[in-house]
Design a protein around this ligand. Structure first.
Ligand SMILES: *Cc1c(COP(=O)(O)O)cnc(C)c1O
Length: 233
């Protein structure tokens, strides 16, 4: 067994345990391998070990990898900050966009997806905590963005995503995860297709078990799967 296989199997085991603790079906949580600064070779190893979903933060880097791995049947998620001028390429290559956080971006995504003639699945990224650096729509503007986005023809708003502040103790992140789930429940009440508004993308290497207990349906795991990154992204 190589390192990535061993890491993957440890993560899947922890996911199962977290699901068992809160009575959830392990199939209700999608593991996304985060591949920023990870080589194509390592991604291939993870795919060979059975992982199907991967997440990238950068459009160009992502496209290069998606092309190099086009012989495999993989599902790609865009999880980084999305610049408006990269939207055209992002909607062509990625099945999911996790980081819709402003109206101008929603309009551009809608336009470009319309040009391609296929709907794009999006999550609204919510800014939780008061750190300046992280993206996301402010909670008091979330409802307005949701209303606009769900009315757009080519956008399929499927849920919410957040990158909460970092705490050494994963328990300290729990209130942020819970808060995101409460927002999802609130928005679902006014969703035109509540049955589609089901996804919560939250939890990373050191806190995904807590995120699962709080309802995560997608966890984004980099370091625990691929090892430490050489540069901080
Ligand atoms: C890098 C990154 C991750 C993965 O972080 P790890 O701590 O390495 O698991 C998850 N989500 C986003 C948005 C990221 O940028």
């Amino acid at each position: 067994m190589n390192d990535i296989e061993a890491n993957l199997s440890a993560i899947l085991h922890q996911m199962e345990q977290a699901c068992r603790r809160c009575g959830r079906d392990p199939h209700s949580v999608r593991l996304i391998g985060v591949t920023k600064q990870v080589s194509v070779e390592k991604i291939r190893q993870a795919a060979a070990a059975g992982l199907r979903c991967f997440g990238e933060n950068y459009v160009q880097e992502g496209i290069r990898k998606i092309e190099a791995l086009s012989d495999l049947y993989l599902e790609w998620h865009f999880i980084g900050r999305l610049q408006t001028n990269k939207v055209k390429h992002a909607v062509q290559r990625f099945s999911w966009i996790h980081t819709l956080d402003r109206l101008s971006l929603a309009r551009e995504l809608n336009k470009r997806a319309g040009n391609l003639g296929h709907r794009v699945s999006v999550l609204l990224q919510v800014h939780l905590g008061d750190e300046e650096t992280k993206g996301g729509v402010a909670p008091d503007e979330l409802e307005a963005l949701f209303d606009e986005a769900q009315a757009m023809e080519w956008l399929e708003v499927r849920g919410l995503m957040a990158v909460p502040p970092y705490f050494e103790d994963p328990e300290a992140v729990r209130p942020f995860f819970r808060n995101l789930r409460q927002w999802l429940e609130r928005l679902r009440l006014k969703a035109s297709h509540p049955e589609r508004m089901t996804e919560l993308s939250m939890g990373m290497s050191h806190d995904f078990h807590v995120a699962i207990e709080e309802g995560a349906t997608m966890i984004r795991v980099g370091t625990a799967l691929f090892g430490p990154r050489t540069n901080r992204a």
